[in-house]
Design a protein around this ligand. Structure first.
Ligand code: C2O
Ligand code: CU
Ligand code: CU
Length: 503
């Protein structure tokens, strides 16, 4: 509700600006320069690499992790530590890592003074293990989901998903990476030694108050939520990575609440994109830009020469929001992370020409096409309702979901429990940067994306998966719907009948 009120306030301020008296203020805001930190960041701190979470194999052969969410503090390089939240530490969380075929179990302890949840973003798993708003972990409570990893090697992540409170929980620091491996990817000649030639790059914009606290007020006129003017990587603003190998793999995760980035290098160098949200691409794609909206991932391999330096930079992202993009980060240039190559680099093999099988969806098998219209903070004119199941799909079938952004606002689209493929954008074949497995795609204003999605065997008529805008203010404001996966012939039940207390 607070989020909704903020939106209304922003709306009325915009309205005021449009009437005569406030034109001067509007002009002033308009002329305010976009944020440009290119060449202005002191990269003076070594990149922090989140530790790999320790795990144990229990008597049932399950790989067991422990995550504890708690309040703490974190050194963002201000005069004093910043109060934050984190998993197993003050800010962010350890990297979980598991192999395809393994049964994992995570004991999630909540030591916050309010309920939270932990959602496994990008994971294909039963709805009751998903960690969405129907699986709250009460203060002082523990939740222990377990599931078998059964999807290709990928860079996934985890973050809270409490109903209406996700933006706050993520912004304060609750997020971490979840890396999946599989046998074929281990055999590829790709950089894959964690912290040596393979690095998580968790990118988050932050705003600080004068006394070094996280400022979580939305930017004036930002209808998408708060946009920070500083960018932290793995929790550090202004860090550098000492590169010791000829090639490094960066697992880029946009863990920001609202900001989209268009990553590239300050010197314009080309890199290879090797992975999307849900795994490796069929073959590497040379690029010098990659755009990530909130929750998106990309894996890239960068080649360095001995002694070289370059800077990972975000160039103004093509939001497609017209002049309003100015207020949504669309004109901002942000220096992110410096790469410093050592005088001598260990040799790395060239990036393999073939990476993974990504079978194209068989569109002759599509049993159903559905449309989803995003506008305001509604999907198909409706607000999220925890007790309403919006869509029932049948396990083992393929559907096309047609997602249209009908407002002038940027949104993005994320589905739980699946990886999908984009088959058309405005009726045309999608650009190369939408190829591969996706769970989150940017929705340009007025664009229509058709995605093919296959629903697998995890059925539950009562407990839904979510689909939503991953701009977290929008998600919290109700831009979310619920789908259940059914056995053939089964009808949707009701989330209430599970007896789950979802407050
Ligand atoms: Cu990243 Cu519904 O979540
Ligand atoms: Cu998700
Ligand atoms: Cu949105």
């Amino acid at each position: 509700m607070r989020a909704l009120r903020r939106l209304l306030i922003i709306g009325s301020v915009t309205g005021l600006l449009l009437c005569g008296g406030a034109v001067a203020a509007g002009a002033w805001l308009w002329n305010r320069a976009p944020i440009d930190t290119a060449g202005k960041i002191d990269f003076d701190t070594p990149l922090a690499v989140p530790p790999l979470a320790p795990s144990e194999i229990d008597a049932d052969g399950r790989r067991v992790f422990d995550l504890t969410a708690a309040a703490g503090s974190h050194d963002f390089g201000r005069d004093r530590p910043t109060p934050t939240w984190g998993f197993n530490g003050g800010y962010l969380g350890p990297t979980l890592r598991a192999e395809r075929g393994e049964q994992v179990l995570v004991n999630v302890h909540n030591q916050l003074s309010e309920p939270t949840s932990v959602h496994w973003h990008g994971m294909e798993l039963p709805a009751r293990m998903d960690g969405g708003p129907h699986q709250p972990v009460p203060a002082d409570g523990t939740w222990s989901p377990t599931w078998q990893v059964d999807q290709p090697a990928a860079t996934l992540w985890y973050h809270p998903h409490p109903h209406g409170q996700t933006e706050k929980h993520v912004y304060r620091g609750l997020a971490g990476m979840f890396i999946l491996d599989d046998a074929p990817s281990r055999e590829l000649a790709l950089p894959q030694e964690y912290g040596v030639d393979d690095f998580p790059v968790i990118v988050q914009d932050k705003k600080f108050t004068g006394d070094g606290q996280l400022d979580d007020r939305p930017g004036f006129l930002s209808s998408i939520g708060l946009l920070g003017d500083e960018v932290a990587v793995n929790g550090t603003v202004g860090s550098y990575l000492d590169v010791t190998t000829e090639r490094v793999r960066l697992r880029l995760l946009n863990a920001s609440t609202a900001r989209s980035y268009q990553f590239g290098f300050a010197d314009g160098r080309e890199f290879q994109v090797i992975g999307s949200d849900g795994g490796l691409l069929p073959e590497p794609r040379p690029a010098n830009r990659v755009m990530l909206s909130p929750a998106d991932r990309a894996e890239i391999v960068v080649t360095m020469a001995p002694g070289e330096q370059t800077v990972l930079r975000s160039f103004p992202p093509p939001l497609g929001a017209g002049p309003f993009g100015h207020f949504l980060g669309g004109d901002d240039t942000l220096d992110i992370l410096q790469l410093r190559a050592a005088g001598e680099l260990a040799a790395s093999p060239p990036v393999p020409e073939r990476l993974a099988e990504v079978p194209a969806p068989d569109l002759t098998e599509v049993v159903q096409t559905r449309s989803f219209r995003f506008s305001g903070t509604n999907i198909n004119g409706e607000q999220m309702d925890m007790d309403r199941i919006d869509v029932g799909v049948t396990a083992g079938t393929t559907e096309v979901w047609e997602v249209t952004n009908q407002g002038g606002q940027p949104h993005n689209f994320h589905m739980h429990g699946v990886q999908f493929q984009v088959v058309a954008v405005d009726g045309q074949e999608p650009l190369a940067d939408l190829r591969g497995w996706q769970d989150t795609i940017y929705l340009q204003p007025d664009a229509r994306h058709e995605i093919a999605v296959r629903f697998d065997e995890h059925t539950d008529p009562d407990l839904p998966y979510m689909y939503h805008c991953h701009l977290l203010l929008h998600e919290d404001s109700g831009m979310m719907g619920q789908f259940v996966v059914l056995e053939p012939g089964q009808s949707p039940g009701s989330p209430d009948s599970t007896g789950h207390n979802h407050g």
